[in-house]
Design a binder for this molecule. Structure first.
Ligand code: FAD
Ligand code: EPU
Length: 339
């Protein structure tokens, strides 16, 4: 294996932060990974798994890790019946390439998740979600290798404990496994989900007469491009915070003071708030602190305005967190992984 030392990760994270990894290598197969895990010189070295770097903020300039960039390829149909196809993707496949492959074959289920950056292997980490669909809705199973025991385990949906931007891999099993493949269960006779946000409106604007997975995928791409900054133009990691969930009684008293508060009732009786709205109401939208800023179209997205350090962006997030808590009594939680 080609192990590089003092390797800059600036090009490998969408915030564009110039952290330096003590060691770095790229994995193209499970065999590459097992070779590393069995290497007696590398066995004790702490390891960090890198996908597309689109949900990460490096706050340390030097990372005392062996960074393993997951580039395991391959998309295959492994099984099918009258209703479903099972598509297995290597963890290193680009997520949107997988979505595009499914749309081209008219396999339904992930078209609402079009254009989310990153690799397929990271998609279960936070159960990626957008426009009314989450990964768990079309997930079948994943394979992952335990970094210490070197054994391969298969995780089905219930093993993953998926929640809103949550899974067992962010909690109890944090940093223990590397996901090597993800298998999706998709519909041959798609059921369309157009209920969320502006999809319907965008389909009308596009002049769509017959619904299809391709049309929905296109509508989602159009909406996303109009709202979210392109990381190739301005560094960011998507939503920096999660949308907070609060008890109904807390919501009712908040609404007395803020009648226009954007909210979504949940099936469990709690209420979800739009973090972007809370942040905007605190006056942060379009504001900056040095090279770290709050995007002018989406207050939930923090941006690197130039040569920001990870610490500058983190400090801004801390100030926002405190401001929102002081004004609304609601504690935001970061979605982005901090290293
Ligand atoms: P990375 O950022 O490289 O890693 C994220 C975490 O997963 C790290 O802790 C890493 O160690 C771990 N990890 C990565 N790969 C593996 C693996 N194979 N095995 C074990 N651990 C692994 N997210 C949404 O849910 N919905 C959205 O709509 C959305 N929109 C976005 C828009 C923009 C413009 C951007 C920049 C980001 C957006 N995101 C969104 C966040 C991000 O795209 C997703 O979280 C994505 O799944 C991260 O993938 P990645 O490969 O870049 O992961
Ligand atoms: N809003 C404001 N001001 C803002 C931004 C938003 O008032 O600056 C309010 C608006 O009322 C808007 C509402 O918040 O209607 C919701 O905004 P939006 O539809 O843009 O979605 P979001 O809640 O900000 C979430 C996800 C996104 C996902 C979209 C679409 C989280 C943390 N974020 O954003 O995911 O793409 O919905 O489903 O749940 C990500 O996770 O990185 C991400 C981009």
């Amino acid at each position: 294996m080609n192990i590089l030392s003092n390797f800059s990760l600036r090009q490998l994270n969408t915030f564009g932060i110039g952290a330096v990894a003590r060691f770095y290598t790229e994995l193209f197969s499970e065999e590459d990974l097992l070779e590393i895990l069995h290497d007696k010189n590398l066995r004790q070295q702490a390891k960090f798994i890198l996908g597309g770097g689109s949900n990460l903020l490096f706050v340390h300039e030097k990372l005392d890790y062996l960074v393993l960039k997951n580039s395991i390829p391959g998309i295959q149909l492994t099984r099918e019946d009258d209703q479903h196809v099972y598509i297995r993707s290597g963890a290193g496949e680009n997520w949107n390439d997988l979505v595009t492959y499914c749309i081209q074959h008219n396999y339904g289920g992930i078209e609402n998740l079009s254009l989310i950056p990153g690799k397929t292997g990271a998609s279960p980490m936070q159960n990626i979600g957008a426009y009314g669909v989450e990964l768990k809705d079309c997930f079948h199973e994943l394979e992952a290798i335990h970094l210490q025991d070197k054994r391969k385990d298969v995780f089905r949906t219930s093993d993953c404990r998926f929640g809103y931007r949550e899974s067992v891999f962010k909690r109890e099993l944090k940093d223990q496994y590397i996901i090597t493949s993800v298998t999706l269960k998709l519909n041959k006779h798609p059921l369309f989900n157009t209920s969320y946000g502006a999809i319907q409106e965008e389909l009308e604007r596009m002049g769509t007469t017959a619904l299809s997975v391709a049309a929905i995928g296109q509508a989602v791409c159009n909406i996303r491009r109009s709202k979210l900054p392109d990381p190739l133009v301005i560094g960011n990691a998507g939503s920096f915070f999660k949308n907070p969930e609060i008890p109904k009684n807390q919501f009712e008293s908040l609404r007395n003071n803020f009648p226009n508060i954007v909210h979504y009732p949940l099936a469990n009786g709690n209420v979800k708030l739009a973090a972007g709205w809370l942040i905007e109401q605190c006056g942060w939208k379009g504001k900056s602190r040095g090279n770290a800023g709050v995007h002018s179209l989406q207050a939930l997205v923090l941006v690197n305005l130039g040569n920001a350090t990870g610490q500058e962006i983190f400090d801004l997030s801390e100030e926002i967190l405190q401001g929102v808590f002081e004004k609304f009594g609601v504690r935001l939680e970061r979605e982005v992984n901090i290293l």
